[in-house]
Design a protein around this ligand. Structure first.
Ligand code: PLZ
Length: 444
């Protein structure tokens, strides 16, 4: 099966059963050497990639609607990124910023100050992974406030390290039997309009009442929250929820920490998801889309908070590695030059109406939501709001077997998320959506 596109030179094509014979062979090899504790996913082994297309070892071309979980927003093997990385590798690959510094680290921090919300003085510290950034945001928040309690919400995902497991809500597969978890973490209900029917202010009032009665406002160092919950199911809180929580932190001497690791860097149609409601966080954590696939993460925040940390209190061998930093500079430049935020809104304008048309028409479609190029469908048992993970799994498999890479999510494993590279053409996007719709209709 070959789907030629007019808009790009590379087709979507499935030339073997998926996974193909070479992928299957590699998968057998993997089982001998790679820990079985890693998610197996769909074992199609990738050889190279171009734009929105992944090419596997059997010569299949897959349309990528996942961007490696919201990472390759500017597309795969983009010349501007490739050239920046190659030039930096040839110059030097590492010195350790704490030993002998270099310009690229400073430039990334300047860019972060420019694009993150608010026009106050900001500084940043760079790390390797999202979880590491969140851990450091918590360290900084505790030090700057002199308080211990960290408040998180239901359905939260913040990482897999010991502290971030404590912040993450879902037990299986992230936390099960990995405890004991870090103390002084308190969970309150979020705003989940499809399931709680509450307005934003009402959902915030519910959360705040619980914080005040069970934690005590004066003990809270920070509320750490994803402005749109990612792994938890692309849950967009009702309007007014985030501003009310941010307002409460301000009034009570706590910090508002936005985990923009999945939502950030133009993915939702603005530089950051909090920008949609004009919320200005005290600290922002970023990773994923920041560096186009090179491992880089950051904590950015009010200078007086970030700089409250004693010298040497933040760091790590590789944090802000020069190659990753060069990749971030090329990525941010590309986002700006190509106005990828606008592109994300355009993707929403095509995809959301098509998906919304399924509501009421196809029984398993419970909810359609998201912003920009961060969209999801929540699947339920027809006539109820009971989660339907079996249908979700079948839909993902249907798409992948036809050469469309799509990822599930959700506390109940019943959502399919769309996270296409923002440079995907309308034609490719519509092609991918048609396969997704066929998959959904095949379940009835
Ligand atoms: N915060 C909001 O989305 C990573 C996790 C995939 P790392 N999400 C993908 C998996 O199963 O491990 C994420 C996130 C938010 C933090 C993180 C953690 O980022 O770079 O994976 O550590």
């Amino acid at each position: 099966m070959v789907v030629e596109y007019r808009t790009v030179g590379i087709a979507r094509q499935v030339v073997t059963d998926l996974p193909g014979p070479k992928s299957q062979e590699l998968h057998e090899r993997r089982k001998q050497s790679v820990s079985h504790g890693l998610t197996q996913g769909f074992p199609v082994y990738i050889d190279r990639a171009e734009g929105a297309i992944l090419v596997d070892v059997d010569g299949n071309h897959l349309l990528d609607l996942g961007s490696g979980i919201a990472v390759t927003s500017i597309g795969h093997a983009v010349p501007a990124l490739v050239e920046a990385v190659q030039a930096q590798v040839a110059d030097f690959t590492h010195t350790c910023f704490m030993v002998t510094p270099y310009l690229e680290y400073v430039e990334v921090c300047e860019e972060l100050a420019a694009v993150t919300p608010g026009d106050h003085a900001k500084t940043s510290a760079l790390f390797n992974s999202g979880a590491e950034a969140v851990e450091n945001a918590v360290k900084i928040a505790r030090l700057a406030t002199g308080r211990n309690a960290i408040v998180v919400v239901d359905h939260a995902y913040h990482g897999r390290t010991n502290l971030t497991m404590a912040l993450t809500a879902k037990n299986m597969p992230y936390k099960d039997r990995f405890g004991p978890f870090a103390p002084e973490v308190y969970r309150v209900p979020t705003s989940y309009p499809y399931r709680d029917g509450l307005s934003g202010p009402d959902a915030a009032a519910r959360a705040i009442a619980l914080i005040e009665s069970t934690v005590g406002a004066q003990n809270v160092a920070a509320i750490v929250i994803e402005p749109i919950q990612g792994e938890g199911g692309f849950i967009v809180p009702a309007e007014g929820f985030l501003p009310a929580l941010a307002e409460w932190t301000k009034k009570n001497g706590a910090l508002f920490v936005a985990d923009e690791i999945q939502t950030g860097f133009t993915r939702t149609g603005r530089w950051f998801a909090v920008d949609h409601e004009g919320v200005v966080p005290d600290l922002v954590t970023t990773a994923k889309g920041l560096a186009g696939g090179m491992p880089l993460a950051a904590v950015t925040g009010r200078a007086e908070i970030m700089n409250a940390v004693h010298e040497g209190g933040l760091g790590g061998t590789y944090g802000g590695n020069p190659v990753a930093a060069a990749a971030a500079l090329a990525t941010i430049r590309t986002m700006r030059d190509q106005n990828l935020a606008e592109r994300a809104r355009h993707i929403e304008s095509i995809a959301l109406p098509r998906l919304r048309a399924l509501l009421g028409d196809v029984g398993i479609v419970g909810d359609v939501r998201g912003r920009g190029a961060m969209l999801a469908v929540e699947f339920v048992v027809p006539g109820s709001d009971t989660p339907n993970p079996a249908a979700t799994k079948a839909i993902v498999e249907y798409c992948t077997k036809r050469g469309v890479v799509i990822i599930s999510c959700g506390t109940f494993g019943n959502c399919v998320r769309l996270l296409p590279p923002l440079i995907i053409t309308d034609e490719q996007l519509n092609d991918g959506l048609s396969v997704f719709e066929d998959a959904i209709r095949s379940i009835r």
